[in-house]
Design a binder for this molecule. Structure first.
Ligand code: GTP
Ligand code: MG
Length: 193
C-alpha cells in the first residue's frame, strides 16, 4: 500500500490537549531510544521528525496522520533524560498522563526499548502503568542493527517474560528497515478495527 505520513499537530502543554476522534498509537520510550527515527523510517523521509544524537530532542507531542488509513502515530517526548531537571521530568509525566488517561481513541502504546540495554526499571514503570490502565503495549527493540542476533534473542525473551505476552517483542531498525513491514501490520491491526 502507498502510505504517506504527515505532521498535523504539535502540543506542548496540557491545556492544548483536546480529544482527537481518530484512532491513535503512541510512541513512548527513553530519550534517544529512536522514536522520531522510527517515524522517519515509516514515512520514508529522513527529516520529517527532528532527530538528534543528543537525548531530549522531542519536547512536544507530535501527531502524525497515516494516509490513507486515517489513524495517528503520536511521537511523545522521551523520558529518563538524566540531565533534565526535576521540574522538567514532572512536566513530562503530567503531560503524558493527561494524554494517555481517558483517551478512548488510544489503541495501543508502542514502547520502544533499546536493544543494547538489559531491561531498565524506568521502562518497566511505564509498562506496568500501561498494563494497570489496560492499554495494549507493543514492545519494540530499537537499534536492532547494533547487537548480535543472540543477544537480541535473549533480550526478546526477557521482555516477553516481563510483559507476560505471548509474542516476542519486535526487533526494529530505522537504519536497515528491519521489522518495518511487520510493524505496519501490527499498527494496522490495532488502529483499524
Ligand atoms: P528524544 O526525542 O530525545 O526522546 O529521542 P528519540 O527517541 O526521538 O531518538 P531519535 O530518533 O532522535 O534518535 C536518537 C539517536 O539514535 C540518533 O542519533 C539516531 O540516528 C540514532 N538511531 C535511531 N534509530 C536507530 C537505529 O535503528 N539504528 C542505529 N544504529 N541508530 C539509530
Ligand atoms: Mg524524538
Amino acid at each position: 500500500m502507498n502510505r504517506t505520513i504527515e505532521l498535523v499537530k504539535t502540543i506542548y502543554e496540557i491545556k492544548q490537549l483536546e480529544d482527537v476522534d481518530e484512532p491513535q498509537i503512541a510512541l513512548a520510550g527513553r530519550s534517544n531510544v529512536g522514536k522520531s527515527s522510527l517515524v522517519n523510517r515509516l514515512a520514508g523521509r529522513k527529516k520529517l521528525a527532528k532527530i538528534s544524537s543528543k537525548p531530549g530532542k522531542t519536547r512536544s507531542l507530535n501527531y502524525y496522520r497515516v494516509n490513507p488509513d486515517g489513524y495517528y502515530i503520536v511521537d511523545l517526548p522521551g523520558y529518563g533524560y538524566a540531565k533534565c531537571s526535576k521540574t522538567e521530568r514532572e512536566k513530562w509525566a503530567k503531560l503524558i498522563e493527561a494524554y494517555i488517561r481517558d483517551n478512548r481513541q488510544l489503541k495501543a502504546v508502542a514502547v520502544l526499548l533499546d536493544s543494547r540495554l538489559t531491561p531498565q526499571k524506568i521502562d518497566m514503570e511505564l509498562t506496568s502503568y500501561l498494563a494497570k490502565l489496560g492499554i495494549p503495549i507493543i514492545p519494540i527493540l530499537t537499534k536492532s542493527d547494533k547487537p548480535k542476533q543472540r543477544e537480541r534473542a535473549k533480550l526478546q525473551n526477557q521482555w516477553k517474560d516481563i510483559l507476560q505476552q505471548d509474542k516476542l517483542p519486535l526487533c526494529f531498525s530505522s537504519k536497515t528497515g528491519m521489522g518495518e513491514s511487520k510493524l505496519w501490520d501490527i499498527f494496522t491491526d490495532y488502529a483499524i478495527d
